[in-house]
Design a protein around this ligand. Sequence first.
Ligand code: SAM
Ligand code: GLN
Length: 288
Amino acid sequence: MKTVFEALKWASSYLAEAGRDRNAAEILLANQLKMERSKLLASFHDVMHDRDLFAFQKAVERHRSGVPVQYITGKEQFYGREFAVNEHVLIPRPETEEVVEAVLSEIDRVFPGAEPLSAVDIGTGSGAIAVTLALESKRLSVCATDISTEALATASANAERLGADVEFVSGDLLQPLMRENKKGDVIVSNPPYISVEEMQSLSDVVRLHEPVGALTDGADGLRFYKRFMEELPEVIADQALVVFEIGWTQGGALRDMFRRFFPNSEVQVKKDINGKDRIVCAVIGQNG
Ligand code: SAM
Ligand code: GLN
């Protein structure tokens, strides 16, 4: 027999021993008991049912062995909404909420007025960016792509559950747009940007459990941006807003790439809440 408090105490120290975050215990227990955190704290003296205790112990073991908490609970919050996640998609990060914010503020500046705009999210993963944009802006008609069909299935289920109108297309980078001769006013992407070397320094929770093809480009971390530079002219209207999430060391490289490929573009590198370069916004035209 164990109370909620005892189960939590056991799990916190068991996880901390293995170098995991203690708070994970609370998240896993609240998930198992289908309770909000506040309710969990008010239930400390309740005795746990064997079935719940057993399932909770199993979840704690999984996280101790490195499985991200979000893959165990099957969900993550993004921009105030709950997204389903699984091992086929990157767990959406708080930095990426700032990418969405950048798109929303830049569209008003770059395209003043109220005319409808088409936006494309390349490499949508869980659908976090595309779904959020569709729900936050009435002006945007949103299309999302991924090379992983499992990711697309996850993203489209998220769109449906959250009531977002997003069109999903599968394919390699901008190929799906080129294939259908589609043009975008807004191109947004959080592509895999971790270099092969940097992969080694990631925590095992990320490195061994999130999809490799969502994290690294298998090269220097800049491979997808270089491809974008070459392919973008084929998929943009007269003027386009391009917003990329980038690694914190990549700001200078991205600025240089835009200058070289689109000499007339206006480029800004923005920092995330941790003060690190994280977002590039560029206004480009077909002729640079
Ligand atoms: N947009 C999501 C987010 O911000 O949470 C996921 C971003 S994750 C860093 C990169 C995504 O790009 C993955 O879902 C991966 O499957 C996809 N991807 C990788 N290579 C691709 C390619 N060549 N063409 C299209 N998508 C690709
Ligand atoms: N931000 C992710 C991480 O820190 C990486 C996402 C990406 O490569 N686009 O693991």
